[in-house]
Design a protein around this ligand. Structure first.
Ligand SMILES: Cc1ncc(COP(=O)(O)O)c(C=O)c1O
Length: 394
């Protein structure tokens, strides 16, 4: 494992919780006091988003980031990233429209969802999108019929061990799938122009990038031997942020990736698809306690947002640092969302002050990614409010 990062150089207001959060809590509270409408809210700081883009670029100077829109598709977030020269990775026609609506040229957009509906490919092709991920023979037929000049990049399976939100088991061509895909692409005269992978989201095991990059290099060689011209290496997403567990820094990951890239031909283009890294620590999610209960001797607290209202990633055990505004003894609580569904339990045995009561706010730190993006109105509860601030100018 690589070393954990030194604390990022970023002005933080005083207070214990701020050290764990990319956006100063004092600014979060200020924004809520001004703009909050009582719903759960995500306060997101575009100054921190811009900073994250610069930090990523500095850690990996030869890698061009393409932001994974799915992590947080707020327009102002996308604009902040576009201003920093970041490209975009999309999964749907709606994300394509959104990115185009802020003036991003088609050449800066990658379509990395490996299986798309025929009309989604037609839609993107008509708007000039050139790059599309594939991971199966079946998808090749769609391109032969709809966009024979597409630049395709082959997503390969790779280890997701040590990632808090693994993505393996769905996409990614396995060893036995790769040759049939290459043969079919050659037969259909398609341009398989690159290789991609995803090491798993919130990947705290940098070795995953080493293994994946080496596998990609072997696939480059196979493509070349088959007469194809691979020229894009897409390192995917997965770059982690500091939550509750020890986490390697982007600089440490960048150093490892740099060593591996030195083994590639210099004339290839290298890109990445960071989602979480760009936005997670720019956001603080604020929920409110709507009730507490004692059931079978267990303390429960119910919030106005749970698994369905923004804290979706807790369902698979992702843990956030929390800040509560009481200093009582910390005791184990079960934390649930407001819905009737028994799946709507975000945390078990979460240590929080014993004197929390209905009406209290709870601050979920570094929660700018995959929170509002995954929220629904299930059971009739309102979507969280999004409050965008800019701590550089506001
Ligand atoms: C194809 C693809 N690229 C990039 C990402 C972004 O990953 P992360 O937010 O972990 O950086 C995802 C996340 O699901 C993805 O599916």
């Amino acid at each position: 494992m690589l070393q954990a990062s030194p604390a990022a150089q970023w002005p933080a207001a005083p207070g214990e919780a701020d050290a764990r959060c990319g956006v100063p809590l004092a600014r979060v509270k200020q924004a809520l006091a001004r703009f909050g409408d009582g719903r759960p809210a995500l306060v997101i700081d575009v100054a921190r988003v811009r900073y994250n883009a610069r930090r990523f670029a500095a850690a990996m100077p030869s890698v061009r980031p393409h932001y994974a829109v799915k992590a947080n598709s707020d327009r102002r977030v996308l604009q902040a990233l576009a201003q920093q020269g970041v490209g975009f990775e999309i999964a749907s026609s709606t994300e394509l429209d959104l990115v185009r609506s802020i003036g991003v040229p088609a050449a800066e957009i990658l379509y990395s969802n490996p299986v798309r509906a025929t009309d989604a490919i037609e839609y993107a092709a008509r708007r000039g999108v050139e790059w599309y991920a594939i991971d199966c023979v079946q998808e090749l037929g769609k391109f032969a019929a709809l966009k024979p000049d597409a630049k395709l990049y082959l997503r390969i399976e790779t280890s997701n061990e040590g990632s808090d939100w693994p993505l393996s088991g769905k996409f990614g061509a396995g060893e036995a799938d790769i040759d049939p895909i290459i043969e079919e692409a050659v037969r259909l005269k398609l341009d398989v122009a690159g290789v991609t992978f995803h090491v798993g989201s919130q990947c705290r095991n940098p070795e995953n990038w080493r293994t994946a990059t080496r596998s990609a290099r072997a696939v480059f060689e196979r493509l070349t031997r088959a007469g194809l011209r691979p020229r894009l290496l897409d390192l995917g997403g997965g770059y982690p942020v500091q939550l509750t567990e020890a986490t390697p820094s982007i600089e440490a990951i960048g150093t490892l990736i740099g060593q591996e890239l030195a083994q590639f031909n210099r004339d290839i283009e290298v890109i990445a698809e960071p989602g979480r890294f760009m936005v997670a620590d720019a956001g603080c999610f604020v929920a409110h306690v709507i009730g507490t209960a004692l059931r079978h001797g267990q303390r429960w607290m119910h919030w106005d947002a749970g698994v369905f209202g923004g804290l979706f990633e807790t369902i698979d055990g992702l843990r956030y640092n929390l800040h509560a505004e009481r200093d009582g003894v910390r005791v184990p609580w079960y934390v649930a969302g407001p819905t009737c569904d028994s799946v709507d339990v975000c945390m078990r045995d979460q240590l929080l002050p014993e004197n929390i009561v209905e009406g209290d706010s709870i601050y979920v730190l570094n929660a700018g990614a995959y929170t509002t993006a995954c929220a629904s109105q299930f059971n009739g509860f309102a979507l969280p409010q999004v409050i965008v601030i800019d701590t550089r100018t506001d």
